[in-house]
Design a binder for this molecule. Structure first.
Ligand SMILES: CC(C)(COP(=O)(O)OP(=O)(O)OC[C@H]1O[C@@H](n2cnc3c(N)ncnc32)[C@H](O)[C@@H]1OP(=O)(O)O)[C@@H](O)C(=O)NCCC(=O)NCCS
Length: 163
């Protein structure tokens, strides 16, 4: 398995992974890439990909098996996990058949490293309080931000040097 930077050609795969992250419960039918992009709640995580400041990774082994990426947002237009304009929000998913092999952790750690290398002082995310991914996020240093939106939790991880 290797992690490589995501480019414009990965847009559809990233959209498929966005659908996996948006409808994360294993028993729920997943939206297609087109369906997720047609939903304004999710489309903003990928519209115009790749935009200035976007950064993503694709895990590959005989084809793409997972992806993680981040994007910065504005006060006027942002997703659930928004904290500040200079704190990118990340999204991550691994294809169902390849979960629990360490791919998600590898993507997350590599994405964190990339964000720090690019000078970002923190990363944020949104996770449902029932999603076991929360344990993964906590294990790499994400902490809860106050003010949850219902069952949707916002988490932030500060870069090592700003702690
Ligand atoms: C979250 C996700 C990206 C993790 O990827 P992964 O390759 O399965 O994760 P890893 O194998 O690297 O496991 C890392 C940790 O994930 C956590 N985890 C994630 N999903 C889990 C599950 N269903 N059950 C138990 N632990 C889970 C565990 O803490 C695990 O730690 P461990 O290996 O020490 O037990 C993947 O499960 C996924 O795509 N889920 C659906 C989409 C999603 O929920 N995205 C995040 C939205 S906020």
């Amino acid at each position: 398995m290797r992690c490589r930077p995501a480019g414009p050609e990965d847009f559809t795969f990233l959209a498929t992974m966005l659908g996996e992250a948006a409808i994360w419960r294993p028993d729920k039918p997943k939206p297609t890439a087109d369906q997720v992009l047609a939903d304004p709640r999710y489309a903003l995580y990928l519209a115009g990909w790749p935009k200035q400041g976007d950064h993503g990774l694709v895990a590959e082994q005989d084809g793409p098996v997972g992806a993680a990426w981040f994007r910065t947002f504005t006060e006027s237009r942002h997703g659930h996990g928004f904290v500040a304009e200079d704190v990118p929000e990340l999204a991550i998913a691994v294809i169902t058949s390849r979960r629990h092999e360490g791919i998600g952790r590898r993507l997350l750690l590599d994405l964190i490293e990339a964000s720090e290398a690019q000078g970002y002082a923190a990363l944020s995310l949104s996770v449902n309080d029932g999603n076991p991914a929360r344990g993964l996020y906590e294990s790499v240093g994400f902490q809860l931000v106050e003010k949850p939106h219902g069952s949707s939790l916002t988490m932030i991880r500060h870069a090592a040097r700003s702690n």
